[in-house]
Design a protein around this ligand. Structure first.
Ligand SMILES: Cc1cc2nc3c(=O)[nH]c(=O)nc-3n(C[C@H](O)[C@H](O)[C@H](O)COP(=O)(O)OP(=O)(O)OC[C@H]3O[C@@H](n4cnc5c(N)ncnc54)[C@H](O)[C@@H]3O)c2cc1C
Ligand code: SF4
Ligand code: SF4
Length: 347
């Protein structure tokens, strides 16, 4: 097969599909609109304490390194898909456009992979939670960013004995805001963040409020046990309203139909994964989104193929996932593409 496979999105899903295909001798073009590869994972911090906590964030580095060094992968950062021409056998040509310029390039394409990822939920619409308005209310993404830049002092502000509360499912499992699904990554990410904070600031105390804790994956049980052993207080509850008084956050916690007020110094909102609002690729291809706005696969038992022959999907653009499941999905998509190539289904 001379024609390349065009992969739209250079996050870990796109990088992983391209890496597997290239490793099997296929040419790929990765089209990434940002200036660098890695997607959201490049913004998350290493959660290692005195040991690795298996957040898998460092997997991005290896994938980027492979894509950059492989002679089978052509990386186009700062580019996006402009249009695709389709035939009954699949995509024929992909027109790529350099962001911020009129420059375009037309590429023959054996197949197209949509790997355009997700957007973190913006909790600004939950006015009662006070994010962006109250000092001391952070999101998990902001905590990652502080840790990554070695700026935890912005969180602690030199205070000792901080009482921190995590609130789970912010913008997930939320029928009122059209997101009645679990974001999959955030229970584990919050437990790791709690352990990391307690490692960095041993005098901090952490309460984690949950609806129910969703933990899947090989290391999830050990993570929960580590958090319990370390003294993370696990409580059922969701935040009703957060207000501040003096230097304190007063949180109304709704639990089992009752409301109670608890004081905390810091609150961390475990924000969910939302479909990327920039999923223009769906419009360009005329593909439907599912009820939550993620890319629809052909059917639930064939979640790497879309309704268009030769157009595939990988990673969180098809639904929320953590890194482990994103990589599994990407591996499965690469295998499906190779099987279709072997069958002669792609021309
Ligand atoms: C706060 C937070 C912390 C997290 N921490 C962890 C963790 O510790 N461990 C864990 O397992 N998971 C974690 N996750 C989940 C993890 O971020 C995802 O599993 C992972 O990023 C999914 O990768 P992806 O490639 O599907 O999507 P993305 O990371 O979103 O990458 C998609 C890429 O596609 C590009 N793109 C989008 N549209 C276009 C277009 N039209 N043209 C070209 N390029 C395009 C984007 O610029 C981006 O580079 C976290 C999530 C959040 C919100
Ligand atoms: S898996 Fe996570 S915690 Fe472990 S070394 Fe990598 S980035 Fe750090
Ligand atoms: S992983 Fe946990 S915090 Fe995230 S949506 Fe699911 S239940 Fe809520």
């Amino acid at each position: 097969m001379d024609k390349p496979i065009v992969v739209v999105g250079g996050g870990i899903a796109g990088l992983s599909v391209a890496g597997m295909l290239a490793g099997n001798g296929m040419r790929c073009i990765i089209v990434e609109r940002e200036a660098s590869l890695g997607g959201h994972v490049r913004d998350w911090a290493c959660m290692a304490t005195d040991k690795c906590l298996r957040c898998f964030c460092c997997s991005a580095e290896d994938l980027v390194g492979y894509a950059r060094s492989s002679d089978k992968i052509d990386v186009r950062t700062g580019w996006e898909l402009s249009s695709v021409s389709l035939s009954s056998g699949g995509p024929k040509q992909a027109v790529l456009k350099r962001i911020g310029s009129a420059e375009e390039k037309t590429e023959e394409a054996a197949a197209l992979v949509i790997a355009t990822g997700f957007e973190p939920y913006n909790p600004g619409e939950k006015i009662l939670l006070g994010h962006g308005r109250l000092d001391g209310v952070f999101t998990l993404a902001e905590m990652d960013s502080l840790l990554r830049r070695d700026m935890l002092s912005v969180f602690t502000r030199g205070r000792r004995g901080l009482r921190a509360a995590f609130f789970q499912c912010v913008g997930s499992r939320d029928a009122n805001s059209g997101a009645n699904y679990c974001s999959q990554y955030c229970c584990k990410a919050a437990l790791r963040m709690a352990l990391k904070l307690m490692h960095e600031s041993p005098d901090i105390s952490v309460t984690l409020f949950y609806i129910d804790i969703q933990l899947a994956g090989k290391y999830a049980g050990a993570l929960l046990k580590a958090a319990e052993d370390k003294g993370v207080r696990l409580q059922q509850g969701v935040p009703g309203e957060i207000t501040n008084s003096e230097d304190l956050l007063e949180v109304i916690v709704e639990s089992q139909g009752l409301n109670r007020k608890e004081p905390f110094d810091r609150v961390i909102l475990s924000i969910g994964e939302r479909p990327s609002p920039k999923q223009s690729v769906l419009d360009q291809l005329g593909l439907p989104a599912n009820e939550f706005g993620f890319v629809s696969s052909r059917d639930p038992l064939d979640n790497s193929r879309t309704a268009i022959p030769g157009v595939y999907v990988a990673g969180t653009c098809s639904g929320p996932k953590d890194i482990e499941t994103t990589l599994e999905h990407a591996g499965q998509t690469a295998e499906v593409i190779m099987a279709d190539l072997r069958k002669g289904a792609l021309r």
